[in-house]
Every structure is written in C-alpha cells, then in structure tokens.
Design a protein around this ligand. Sequence first.
Ligand code: IPE
Ligand code: IPE
Ligand code: MG
Length: 237
Amino acid sequence: MQDKKVNHIAIIMDGNGRWASNQNQERTYGHKYGVQAVKEAIKGSIENEVRYLTLYAFSTENWKRPQEEVDFLMNLLVEAINQELEELHANNVKVHTIGKIEALSPLSQQHIALAKEKTKENTKLNLILALNYGSRDELVEAAKKFAQDCEMGMMKSSDLDESKLERYLYTAEFPDPDILIRTSNEKRISNFLLWQISYTELIFIEKLWPEFTKSDIKEAILEFQMRHRRFGGIKSI
Ligand code: IPE
Ligand code: IPE
Ligand code: MG
C-alpha cells in the first residue's frame, strides 16, 4: 500500500437529528452533541497531519428548518466558538469560513470575525467552516464577480479558464479535498463543494455525526490510501 498523503478532508456532518430521536430526545440535543464530534474531527486531523479540514455546518437550504432549530444552531455556533477558541488557538488552528456569512446574525458574525482574527497567524490546521454555504450559490456569486470585473475592464471573457474561475470561489485559497466523508449513511452531496470535489474520494459511513470519533479520520485516510486514483488517465496513483 502506498502511503498517500491526505492534505484536505471535507465532511458533511449529518445525522444529529436522527441520533437524538433514537434516544427520544429533541433534535437540538443531537446538534449539541455534534460539537463533541467536531472536536474529535479536529483532533484526528491534527494527529494525522491533515492540513485542511472543511466542515459543512449550515447549508443555504438549512434555513428551511423550523425557526427554533435555526436559532438553536446559530446560538450553538456562537457558544462553541466562545468555548473552544482558546483551545483552537493553543492547538495552532487557523479558522476560516466559506459561505455567505453576511446573512448570519450580527452576533454570529462578530464571533466569527474574532475567531479569524485571533487565529490568523496559526499554521498547523486550517479549519474551514461552511456556514450558509451552498455550492450553487458559490458558483452564481463567482459568475457575478467575474462579470463585474469584465464590466470594469479588469477581465475579458477570453481570459477565463479553470484556475481563474477558482479564484472567484469562496475556496480560492484552499486546495481541493482529497477525501469527502458523509456520515449517517446518506449518499448524496447536498449542494456541497460541487466544483471542488471533481476528483475527491467519497467515503460514506453509517455512524451518525455525534458518534464520529478521531479514529474515523484515521480509517478514512487508510481507505483513501487503498483507492486507485486515475484522474481520467490509465495509471493509478
Ligand atoms: C446535521 O444533522 C446538522 C445540520 C444539517 C445542521 P441533521 O440535523 O441534518 O440530522 P438528520 O439528518 O435530520 O438526522
Ligand atoms: C447537509 O445535511 C448539510 C449539512 C450537514 C450542514 P442536510 O441534512 O441538510 O442534507 P439533506 O437535506 O439530507 O440532503
Ligand atoms: Mg440531515
């Protein structure tokens, strides 16, 4: 087996609601326990020298949920940042976000800005939180920004190629994920990183998100290392 390096893991953290209802609890109980699993994913990434961890925390479609649940998730975000920021910083983690965070509450935005500012010099792990993120929204925004640059005479349509388009995405500064994990045994992408996962290895696991531990990161890496990646060619990497 080749020891292929995993640089970037993206995770669709799914199944909080089902985990809670399996124990006759409210869905929000599952979200609360989901924070423990986030800590496990961070720990597992650091231990395995993964440089980028992207976590799908709230999609552009999640606004469809009952207002109470949306409010709970937003408060949880603020609380989790407050509680974990010191430890993230001590572990040399740099916080980033992708998605339209300007639509979040002013308080959420304030805490996100604080976390980014405090951790901006950190170098061990890039933790990328997808908040109010939707891949189609990202592509529409990219198209708009490119059109604006054209209108201002800074770009011409003939300038556009794949790497230029990437510069307009929220993920411009990050490499594509090597691995995408989705928990809860759902086998769909739910509008996550559609452009970026063109050649990502997909791993679907049965565990519900609150059950995720750092060893699931290790297992995903081992699974990745067994895969034969050809990128359209015939030689396996
Ligand atoms: C994932 O768990 C958390 C978010 C989408 C915010 P869910 O809340 O989707 O849990 P299930 O899928 O309903 O069990
Ligand atoms: C995807 O999970 C979004 C996040 C994990 C934030 P959902 O639970 O919203 O996805 P669907 O509705 O099952 O596709
Ligand atoms: Mg779900």
